[in-house]
Design a binder for this molecule. Sequence first.
Ligand code: TXA
Ligand code: MG
Length: 349
Amino acid sequence: MTHTKVWNVDKNVDKLANHPQLVEAAKLLLEDKVVAFPTETVYGLGANAFSTEAVEKVFKAKGRPSDNPLIIHIAEFETLENVASEITDSAKKLTKAFWPGPLTVVLPKKGPLSPLVTAGLETVGIRMPDHPVALELIRLVGKPLAAPSANRSGKPSPTQGHHVLEDLEGRIAGLVDAGPTGVGVESTVVDCTTTPVTLLRPGGVTLEQLRAVLGDVSVDPALVKDDVTPKSPGLKYKHYSPNAPVLLVQSTDVLQKEIQAAQAAGKRVGVLTTDEHLDMFKSADQVISCGTRSDLTTVAQTIYGALRQFDELNVDLILSETFPTEGIGGAIMNRLTKAAGGNILSAQK
Ligand code: TXA
Ligand code: MG
């Protein structure tokens, strides 16, 4: 493939309507090409959701298994009725409360969606991103955009334009670069076909926020199981991963000892920490802070970028702090646990 065309768009300009660069990007999408674009969570890899030819290219560019469905992105509330056959009461309440925003509702599908989008399921995941560039691009295309995160499958999701190019340069037609995304972790995915609704993936909207709107919300048992295993072997949940293996360590004391042990074994050690603890890990070969523990939204914003940075620093092992699972911490720990393939050293070691 030829070079990926990059358009730099300032998301703060007053007039994004019919922005010439977005018009160009929309034209490529209407030709069934794939174009990466910013959302408030992470960059997405967009394709016309009604075109199987276009959606095929998304799976190919990402190297994504075809049994993993894509989220479709819409710009108007009314479009929901064209892609979902039933809008449950819970979906009505949640979309009213959180759209546009980092929430994906799973509903029975409807209309001419490519069967590849839903990976053969009878349901479809839908969201309205809270990003002026994404909304205008979808409006210009005039069709919903199927868009997974714009990373190669298994890698941390991209929160900046250059992350997209690192993974996909030459593999996709275009990238609309509007600077860093805001939330930093993906949308919360909620199955609205069950009663009560089921949280499938924690994300930018917290479980507490969902419960404040709906009362009862159940949590997919797979999420809980993953989390309680103190030190699970194997890489079967590996995802969001940098090149070096990641080990989560619950206490700073144990983390300091693990640095020594790994270095004694000849390894170059990277530590993923927070501003509060930066001084504790000076003996490590590389130390990166992903924000402040006093405000976990800063950690969500920078966690993927920090994991990606370790790929350039040539480390053999990444030791990471853990976080409380309340609020946005739920999404952070879900992603870190997957990046670590479930490997956690508990505080009691
Ligand atoms: O924030 C986000 O959601 C980003 C931005 C680009 O919008 N997108 C994103 O897409 O994270 P992706 O493909 O990386 O993750 C989609 C998640 C997957 O875990 C997928 O299995 C789930 O949503 N999903 C999609 N459709 C589903 C369905 N019908 N039923 C259950 N899960 C579904
Ligand atoms: Mg993804």
